[in-house]
Design a protein around this ligand. Structure first.
Ligand code: PMP
Length: 409
């Protein structure tokens, strides 16, 4: 293993929860794809906001109101720079990835989709990049097509090329799959989609926290991601979009803070980004998400990606030695998670067994019914890693899996 650019054992000290013992055994947290743990810097920033600067944003003309607004808008600048977005006002604060994708489906979809129009999704999408489109498609009479996955667990781009046509309005795709770990070639997909005049909506929930993501290089039109998967608090997220598209989209929700002028006859709306931020936002969460982005940037997204790639390679080799195992997804070029099935042990039994050894993994369909139908299994076990995990923890996972194999015989 190359010397990592940081020492994971030192980094672990930033995360108070990682010293938690359960049944007198040190926690092994391998569920960061569901939600990441939070470093003290983020926890302190969240508490400090409430202790010293808590006020509503954009309205109050008093010291606290100004501090809160400055911190909230400062976070927008940090997040924009984090994803290489030239214009912070094109970064809308949401509650999470799900809300960002619903915003696009509703605000863009309802104004641009008509009967017979086509939305192209993929078989590996999370439900949050399927269900909003199904809801809008049903109402507008649009049709959804799905790009299949290959045997290896990559998108079949030849089929995508065949599916794209003059009825395609939208291509919705995950940057990284939360089950297969596949990292999808977004810039290539965006080129193909733009050639037929479609827009590209990227689910960045599993990529933004783990690798450098630059919206300009991606070439997509929208990118959604969640704070809680990138060491920030729950209740905050970002939807970035191309300015021209955001400008012409109607609001998603109406209320305070998103208006220019309200009369009995109707309402004119505020400029970007406020048009899409109705009501009091999750101010403390947004502020702490900015601190999380700074924390990750200080570690270096390149360093994080390199370390996690080494870790996932190690995990793939180790998990591959288990009796009767099937690992889902490609061997290389993947995000830092491994989903697998053991012939003799059901995923729920396995995760319960691992829990007795204080090892936290995920078992289930991971909000990807369509993908699991394609894989032909109702559920899988998923171990997902962050830069605060170590090889030692993967060894503990394997030892516990072996015990489970013996136990379930
Ligand atoms: N997309 C992917 C690929 C995910 O892994 C998740 C979270 N499991 C989501 C979307 C939804 O994220 P959130 O629940 O934060 O909205």
């Amino acid at each position: 293993m190359n010397q990592p650019a940081f020492d994971p054992y030192t980094i672990r000290k930033d995360f108070p929860i990682l010293s938690r013992r359960i049944n007198d055994t040190l926690l092994v947290y391998l569920d960061s794809a569901a939600t990441s743990q939070k470093p003290s810097r983020v926890l302190e920033a969240h508490a400090a906001f409430y202790r010293t600067s808590n006020a509503n944003v954009h309205r109050a003309i008093h010291q606290l109101g100004e501090e809160a607004t400055e911190a909230y808008e400062g976070s927008r600048v940090i997040l924009a720079s984090f994803i290489g977005a030239p214009d912070p006002n094109c970064c809308l604060f949401t509650r999470n990835t799900t809300e960002g994708l619903n915003l696009v489906a509703n605000a863009w979809g309802r104004t641009h989709l008509g009967p017979g129009d086509e939305i192209v999704l993929t078989e590996m999408e999370h439900h949050s990049n399927i269900v909003p489109w199904q809801l809008v498609a049903r109402e507008m009479g649009a049709v959804i097509r799905y790009v299949p996955i290959t045997e290896e667990g990559r998108l079949d781009l030849d089929v995508l090329a065949d599916l794209l046509g003059n009825r395609t309005r939208i291509v919705g795709v995950a940057h990284a799959s939360n089950v297969l770990g596949t990292i999808n070639p977004i810039s290539e997909i965006a080129r193909m989609a733009h050639d037929v005049g479609a827009i590209v909506v990227v689910d960045g929930a599993q990529s933004v926290p783990h690798m450098p993501v630059d919206v300009t290089a991606l070439g997509a039109d929208f990118l959604a991601f969640s704070s809680h998967k990138m060491c920030g608090p729950t209740g905050a997220g970002v939807l970035w979009g191309q300015r021209e598209l955001l400008e012409e989209m109607p609001p998603f929700m109406g209320g305070g803070d998103m208006i220019d002028r309200v009369t009995k006859e109707g309402t004119t709306f505020a400029k970007l980004p406020y048009k899409f931020e109705a009501g009091t936002p999750d101010v403390a969460e947004v502020v702490a998400m900015g601190v999380a982005a700074e924390y990750l940037s200080d570690l270096g997204l390149d360093n994080i990606h390199a370390y996690e790639t080494e870790l996932v390679d190690y995990a793939l080799d180790a998990i591959g030695t288990l009796a009767g195992v099937k690992i889902h997804g490609p061997r290389n070029g993947r995000a830092s998670l491994v989903s697998f099935s053991l012939e003799r042990v059901h995923p729920h039994d396995l995760s319960e067994f691992l829990n007795q050894d204080s090892i936290a993994v995920r078992a289930g369909h991971h909000c990807t019914h369509i993908l699991h139908d394609v894989l032909g299994v109702p559920a899988t076990t998923r171990a997902s890693f962050a830069f605060y995990n170590t090889r030692e923890e993967i060894d503990l996972l394997i030892a516990s899996c072996r015990k489970a194999l013996d136990f379930f015989g």
